[in-house]
Write a protein that binds this ligand. Sequence first.
Ligand SMILES: *Cc1c(COP(=O)(O)O)cnc(C)c1O
Length: 416
Amino acid sequence: MTTRNHCLALDAQDPLAPLRNQFALPDGVIYLDGNSLGARPVAALQRAQQVIAEEWGNGLIRSWNTAGWRDLSQRLGDRLARLIGADANEVVITDTTSINLFKVLSAALRVQALKAPQRRVIVSESSNFPTDLYIAEGLTEMLQQGYSLRLVDSPEELPRAIGEDTAVVMLTHVNYKTGYMHDMQAVTALTHECGALSLWDLAHSAGAVPVDLKQAGADYAIGCTYKYLNGGPGSQAFAWVSPALCDLVKQPLSGWFGHARQFDMEAQYRPSSGIARYLCGTQPITSLAMVECGLEIFEQTDMASLRRKSLALTDLFIELVEQRCAAHGLKLVTPREHDKRGSHVSFEHPEGYAVIQALIARGVIGDYREPRIMRFGFTPLYTRFSEVWDAVQTLGEILDEKTWAQPQFQIRHSVT
Ligand SMILES: *Cc1c(COP(=O)(O)O)cnc(C)c1O
């Protein structure tokens, strides 16, 4: 049986343990929700002060040139690139994941319209993150002309769903709810064999699991920076397009930041070459600047080391929950196989929502997703093995004592 001392020993041997000092985590909190909103890098406070007092306050409009605001989306994209197997000059950090999805999905359909106009179906999963499905739905409704969305209920159904009518296969690499991870290389190969383009949402992958877009042969990718990348609440998202496709078509949100010569003020849109055409308008710089603080921490380690620790943390959590909470009928919905697991673990419980509220009241922060799913994110940059132990003990006590049945834990908040 694993003991708390064993977990403390794992912390003592953990080569990544010192990185936790670069995060400002409150005392008395075990934070298992970095997959939803990453913790604050210590450096972010000083950076915010610099941006607001110096760059905005003193620099004023000059800072677009002197503080590098104009190129910030691309400079940060260059630094993020290696985390997703892309090269410098291929990534921008801008807008939201939802908006970037609209841009790249539209572009993918335009590419197909040039070479295979009969392909008008977007294939995805019914379990994909809702905003991805909503954006695809909105786009097909806007385009009309026979464009449609086809949803499969499990990854096994993908081979049969992708066919001669398929334009794009749009998937989230790590499922937000179950933690299931697709084999990016195999699914991309299947997609290409069928003549379709592959689009990956890396919201729960970037900074969480190793990703190699170029080796997988992917065509488009998007993802968040406020989750595992610790960019801050609502920080801008990223977009990547394969260089082979990037200059073939314009994306439809053709704002002036994506123009080849923004300050020529031409009446007609001419796209920049390369990924810069995926920029649209002026970004909230105070938010964008924070992304750098998260990326700087990743530059002190590598995804292979992070993956090793992530799997050790999720293995430990599963093992301890199954030991300590065996009497309570929790159902593991996350794959046990390492190659199918992201960096969060989900268990089903009929009172999942109330259990999570009771945990939060005791300083263990996870979250809840309909229906019945209790979700726990493990961030190898700052989660300790002993915290996994302590979190499971608290969960066990709440289940043993039925603390979750107290009325205050039944109240539904607007964000779960
Ligand atoms: C978190 C998440 C998003 C969020 O999109 P926003 O536009 O940032 O709100 C989108 N897709 C997936 C798969 C996510 O997990």
